[in-house]
Design a protein around this ligand. Structure first.
Ligand SMILES: C[S@@+](CC[C@H](N)C(=O)[O-])C[C@H]1O[C@@H](n2cnc3c(N)ncnc32)[C@H](O)[C@@H]1O
Length: 423
C-alpha cells in the first residue's frame, strides 16, 4: 500500500460509517419494536405466519451469504489500497449494507409478521443515503476517477443484474449532475415518516391532527422536490441542457482569450464553451460544498470524456472572492449560482465580484433568479447597479419565455433571467 493510501486510510476505518449509522438507527429500532409490542396485534399482516417465516428465512439466508462473501474480501481490499470491483462488489457498491437493508433486516421483520416493523429497514435505507456520502467522498479521494466510474455504473444498494467490468470504461458517460441535490430529499422523507409515526400514538386528537397536517405538508414537499429532480434528470437531462444552451447562446463571444464559468458544478458550461471554442482557455471555479453532488474530479472526468481536458482548469474557490486579477477574462458565464452563495448576504456583491474579473469589452451571460427581490433587490435597481459597474451594454431574457417548462415546476423559474451583454 502506498504512503498516500496509508494517509487516506487513517481518515476512515474498514467499517466506514457503519457504527455511526447504527447509532442513529438504534432509537428507531427501539421505537418500532416498542410500538409493535405495545399495540400488539394491531399491526399484524393479514398473511399466514408460516408463509412469512419461510420468506423471512430465505431473505436472511441470502443476506448472510452476501454478508460473508463480502466480509471475506473487505479486509483484504481495504489493506491492499486497491479498489475491489469483483465478487459482490461487481453488482452493488455497498454489499454489506445492501445485505442488511434488503435481506437480513426485512427477513427478521418477516418473522414477526408486523408491517410497522418494515419501517426499520426503510429508516436504515434513508440513514444510509444521508450518511454514506462521507464514505463515498473518502473512496473518491482514495481511488479518484476509478471510483467515479464505478459509482456511475453500479448502484449503491440495489444490485444490478449486469456485472461491472472496469475494462469497458471507454463507454463512459458524462455526469453533469442535478440541480436538486439528492441529499435534500432524504431528510424531508425522514421528518415526514417520524411525524407520521408519532401520530400513531394515542395522543390528544388535536395533536394528532396537527401531526397529520405536518406529515401531509412534508409529503407534498417531498413529492414536489422529487418531481423537480425527475424533471431535471429525465430524457438525458433535457431541461438542464436547454438552459445551459441558452446561456451559451447568449454569450456574444468570438472564442478568443480566456473565459470563466462561475459555480461550474460538474463543468457543464465550461466544457460546452471549450468544445465550441477550441482556441480558448477555460476556467471553472466552484466551492464544491457538501450539500451538492458536484466535484472537481467529476469536472475533470467530464472534460476528459468530452475531449477538452487540456483546455480547462478547474479550481476550488468561492464566487464571492475570485482568485483572479481585475479584468483577467474575456468572457464570464454562470448558471444558477449567485443566489446559492452563502458567504455574503448581499448577492449583488457576488455579482459585482464576477464583473471585476471581466475585462473592458469582455462579454457575459449569467443566468440566475435575478428577479428575486429578497436576494437581489428590485430588478430595475439591479440593472442600474450593474450599469454603474462600467458595463456598456446589458440585455436580459426571462427564462420562462425562452424555454418550455412543465407547468407544475414553472413557478420555480418565474424569477429566472439571463443577463447578457458587454462590459
Ligand atoms: C444549482 S448548482 C449549478 C451548477 C452549475 N452552474 C450548473 O449549471 O450545473 C449551484 C452551484 O453553485 C455552487 N456554489 C454555491 N455557493 C458557491 C460559492 N460560494 N462559490 C462557488 N460556487 C458556489 C454549488 O457548488 C453548485 O455547484
Amino acid at each position: 500500500m502506498s504512503n498516500k493510501s496509508k494517509e487516506i486510510n487513517k481518515e476512515m476505518t474498514v467499517w466506514g460509517v457503519s457504527f455511526q449509522m447504527l447509532l442513529f438507527l438504534i432509537p428507531f429500532i427501539i421505537l418500532f419494536v416498542f410500538i409493535h409490542f405495545y399495540f400488539y396485534p394491531a399491526f399484524l399482516l393479514p398473511i399466514n405466519g408460516i408463509i412469512m417465516i419461510i420468506i423471512g428465512l430465505c431473505l436472511i439466508i441470502i443476506g448472510l451469504i452476501i454478508y460473508f462473501k463480502t466480509l471475506f474480501v473487505i479486509n483484504k481490499a481495504y489493506n491492499s489500497g486497491k479498489l475491489v470491483t469483483t465478487g459482490t462488489f461487481a453488482y452493488v457498491r455497498h454489499p454489506l449494507y445492501s445485505g442488511f437493508i434488503l435481506f437480513i433486516i426485512p427477513g427478521i421483520v418477516c418473522l414477526f409478521n408486523s408491517w410497522i416493523l418494515f419501517f426499520i429497514p426503510l429508516f436504515y435505507y434513508i440513514i444510509f443515503k444521508i450518511m454514506i456520502k462521507k464514505e463515498e467522498d473518502y473512496c473518491i479521494k482514495k481511488f479518484g476517477e476509478e471510483y467515479i466510474d464505478y459509482k456511475m455504473r453500479v448502484n449503491a444498494i440495489f444490485p444490478k443484474i449486469k456485472k461491472y467490468n472496469k475494462h469497458t470504461m471507454i463507454k463512459e458517460s458524462v455526469d453533469y449532475g442535478n440541480w436538486v441535490p439528492r441529499n435534500l430529499l432524504y431528510p424531508i422523507l425522514v421528518i415526514m415518516l417520524v411525524l407520521f409515526i408519532i401520530s400513531i400514538f394515542p395522543l390528544f386528537l388535536i395533536v394528532r391532527i396537527i401531526l397529520w397536517v405536518l406529515t401531509a405538508i412534508f409529503f407534498l414537499a417531498f413529492l414536489y422536490l422529487f418531481y423537480l429532480y425527475y424533471q431535471f434528470s429525465k430524457n438525458d437531462k433535457e431541461l438542464q441542457y436547454k438552459i445551459w444552451d441558452l446561456v451559451i447562446e447568449k454569450l456574444l463571444w468570438n472564442g478568443i482569450g480566456k473565459a470563466l464559468d462561475i459555480g461550474t458544478g460538474n463543468g457543464a458550461l465550461a466544457i460546452r464553451l471549450a468544445k465550441n471554442h477550441p482556441e480558448s482557455k477555460l476556467y471553472g471555479i466552484d466551492y464544491w460544498g457538501k450539500g451538492w453532488n458536484y466535484s472537481k474530479l467529476i469536472c475533470e472526468r467530464n472534460a476528459k470524456i468530452e475531449g477538452v481536458a487540456g483546455d480547462i482548469i478547474f479550481q476550488k474557490a468561492s464566487a464571492s472572492n475570485l482568485p483572479f486579477n481585475d479584468g483577467e477574462f474575456d468572457a464570464i458565464v454562470s448558471n444558477f449560482v449567485f443566489h446559492e452563495v452563502r458567504d455574503i448576504k448581499d448577492k449583488t456583491k457576488v455579482l459585482k465580484e464576477s464583473f471585476r474579473v471581466l475585462k473592458k469589452g469582455g462579454v457575459f451571460a449569467l443566468q440566475d433568479t435575478f428577479k428575486n427581490k429578497k436576494k437581489f433587490g428590485t430588478f430595475d435597481s439591479l440593472i442600474k447597479k450593474i450599469k454603474n459597474w462600467n458595463v456598456q451594454e446589458i440585455n436580459f431574457e426571462n427564462l420562462i419565455e425562452k424555454i418550455e417548462i412543465p407547468k407544475l415546476i414553472k413557478s420555480e423559474f418565474n424569477k429566472a433571467v439571463v443577463l447578457y451583454g458587454i462590459k
